[in-house]
Design a protein around this ligand. Structure first.
Ligand SMILES: [Zn+2]
Length: 188
């Protein structure tokens, strides 16, 4: 009974913090238990229920002791495809720099078209119906909008010349935002 209670509290805590980095201390406090029980509950949510809780093992953006429930768990577990493990999912997201591969948005940004926070999903490059597989080379990160095909954006990567031309014509504030983003990405 005690364990069910703590698992439910962790579940509610993570649901209230979707997309936010939480710490092991916060999880322990939320669980209201001592020692390492919360860690077992988190593992159960990951492994038994397919929750996309990332750790520093899954994402270079996280430090040890930090956890991130990347998006609201799907109601039906089949929605991401049963074949895609959390490890593979994390690999794809990490390789794609947690960035939508069609429009370039990142999680947590507000999508100006929907007014909602951007969430990333996995999309197949070659559709499963055409023989595409659930493997690293055939998966990419897409935001909800692009994943639904609601936007007519080419999947071709922008060329350097095109990209530079866009940055040059942007305003100073926009250029500064690009600069800050690149500095964060590539470090000092
Ligand atoms: Zn997108």
């Amino acid at each position: 009974m005690a364990s069910n209670g703590s698992k439910e509290r962790i579940r509610q805590f993570l649901l209230a913090n979707v997309g936010k980095v939480v710490t092991s201390h916060e999880l322990r406090d939320a669980a209201g238990t001592d020692v390492s029980e919360w860690a077992r509950r988190v593992r159960e949510l990951r492994e038994d229920e397919g929750w996309l809780i990332l750790t520093h093992n899954d994402s270079a953006a996280l430090k040890p002791g930090q956890y991130l429930l990347e998006e609201k768990p799907p109601e039906r577990r089949v929605s991401f495809g049963r074949g895609i493990s959390i490890k593979l999912r994390a690999e794809v997201l990490d390789r794609n720099g947690f960035t939508c591969q069609m429009c370039g948005k990142t999680p947590g940004e507000i999508d100006p078209d929907t007014g909602r926070k951007v969430r990333l999903h996995l999309g197949h490059i070659k559709d499963k119906s055409l023989g595409g597989k659930d493997e690293l080379s055939n998966l990419r990160a897409l935001c909800s909008t692009c994943n639904q095909g609601a936007k007519n954006v080419t999947s071709e990567k922008p060329t350097t010349i095109w990209l530079l031309s866009q940055v040059r014509r942007a305003g100073q504030d926009e250029q500064r935002a690009v600069f800050e983003w690149l500095r964060t990405k590539f470090g000092e």
